[in-house]
Design a binder for this molecule. Sequence first.
Ligand code: ABU
Length: 384
Amino acid sequence: MKETGKRIVNSWNEWDPLKHIIIGVADGCMIPPSEPAMECKIPADSDMKGVWGPRTQDTVDKANAQLDNYAEILRKRGIKVDRPTPIDFSQQVSTPDWENGSMFGCMPPRDVILTVGNEMLEATMSYRCRWFEYLCYRPLLGRYFKEDPGMVWGAAPKPRLTDRTYKAGYLSRIITIEDRLKLTADKDFVTTEVEPLFDAAEVCRCGKDLFVQHGFTANLSGIEWLSRHFPDHRVHAVNFPGDPYPIHIDATFVPLRPGLAINNPGRALPEEQRQIFYDNDWEIIDAAQPAHKEPPPLCYSSVWLSMNCLILDPKTVVVEASEVYQMEQMNKLGLEVIPVPFRDAYAFGGGLHCATTDVYREGSREDYFPNQTHAIPLEDGWKA
Ligand code: ABU
């Protein structure tokens, strides 16, 4: 890395002291029409089933008010906050291979941009409605690139997302929730392995080790691609049986500081995949129960956004203001909790972690897992 000039981009893990971040905006956010990857994410009894079109201005305004308040709280703590530039998400989009009735939005930058060290990497994404979302971040990434001579601007190969990318008839194999749970426990997800796919929010950054959820929005080819793209890291594919809708690791497994992670108790990391944590003196504890029984209306995410927190430094964490049990647990773990109201923004793409992506945290790439006796091997089933 070039060491001269201003350093803007640097972030190696989820907990080092945060200095600069991107927070999304809710403007123009759409409920996109059905498409293969999206269909299997929406529960059969969801109020989103069969619904698509623009979100109401009233809900957009309420979400933006909470996003702006979140940005202000971080700014007051001395953290620089940048915002993406929305495009017209209502327009129909197409590539030579497909057309889609609309795009999605740019509230959750964590899904799209993966920061690893001095690199900001645009993820492949795995939904057609999100294929162009990277454009909202180009003004920021372009600026960081100009101002920081050490910044690496990466873009993973854009996938074609033809019908070959998705398993035909996947949804017809699901009648009951047990069918879903069996499929996800067997690591039989909606995507095929014809091309690498990953959303950035599948990656949990722990210094030299990157833990990537294999699920609906990252396939094994995508995880293999990440391991070759980051040759100085160790990339581990993890999965969480018990999750009927496995997308994005940050409401399932969240490291709070070196040596401590919370795990969604309904989506336990399998025993053999825990071993690398135990070998390195990490503790994995069950996350507290969510305070709510249901997500807000027209929301893709589960009530487990309760654990989708933003860590400001190893002693300070931002938690959604109504999540009393999660806040209490964080307090007991010795963390100062900053409550931030955010439920009005959930439907636009997730929680407090989803709505951000790191630009700069102090610190460097450390090895928190020197004992690799039980390193989680990458599977090569994707080659077939
Ligand atoms: N983007 C995180 C959502 C995960 C969940 O719905 O539990």
